[in-house]
Design a protein. Structure first.
Length: 159
């Protein structure tokens, strides 16, 4: 059995006039994340972790921000496409562990639905996906509530 680990990081600015979507969940908040797609920093970090583990490049290579067909697209669809890319390379997802960094809104009450959505998009069991939320105790751009960041690690296997 061969194993590979990949990491992913993403951050987006909070901006007025957009819904806040993380892990495919619409979070009640007056501002959403800026981005070409739905701005889902959590899903984007997971995509980069998966693609990195498979040695298949990064999110910008497969889903470029300038592609008009991707404008406003759900990042869960991008996750499904990323799962197809890694499966085509013969890889299976062992697990994904992700953490969101945001001062506000509080995200912990939404993590179970995020896990469910990500697992469904990747066609894996929910227990293979971990999603956590933390603050930065008012430090940095997340602490100043200017944006939200996410980090993820993925483990893949191949016979």
């Amino acid at each position: 059995m061969q194993y590979r680990i990949g990491t992913g990081t993403d951050a987006h600015a909070l901006t007025a006039g957009r819904p806040l979507i993380l892990g495919g969940v619409a979070i009640p908040h007056p501002r959403g994340l800026a981005g070409h797609s739905d701005g889902d920093a959590l899903s984007h970090a997971v995509i980069d972790a998966l693609l990195g583990a498979a040695g298949a490049g990064d999110i910008g290579m497969h889903f470029p921000a300038g592609d008009p067909s991707l404008a406003g697209i759900s990042s869960l669809i991008l996750l499904e496409r990323a799962a197809g890319i890694i499966a085509a390379g013969g890889w299976c997802i062992v697990n994904v562990d992700a953490t969101m960094l945001a001062q506000r809104p509080r995200l912990a009450s939404h993590t179970e639905l995020m896990r469910h959505n990500i697992a469904a998009a990747l066609s894996v069991e929910q227990q293979q996906i971990s999603v956590k939320a933390t603050t930065t105790d008012y430090l940095g751009f997340t602490g100043r509530e200017e944006g939200i960041a996410a980090i993820a690690v993925a483990l893949l296997s191949r016979p």
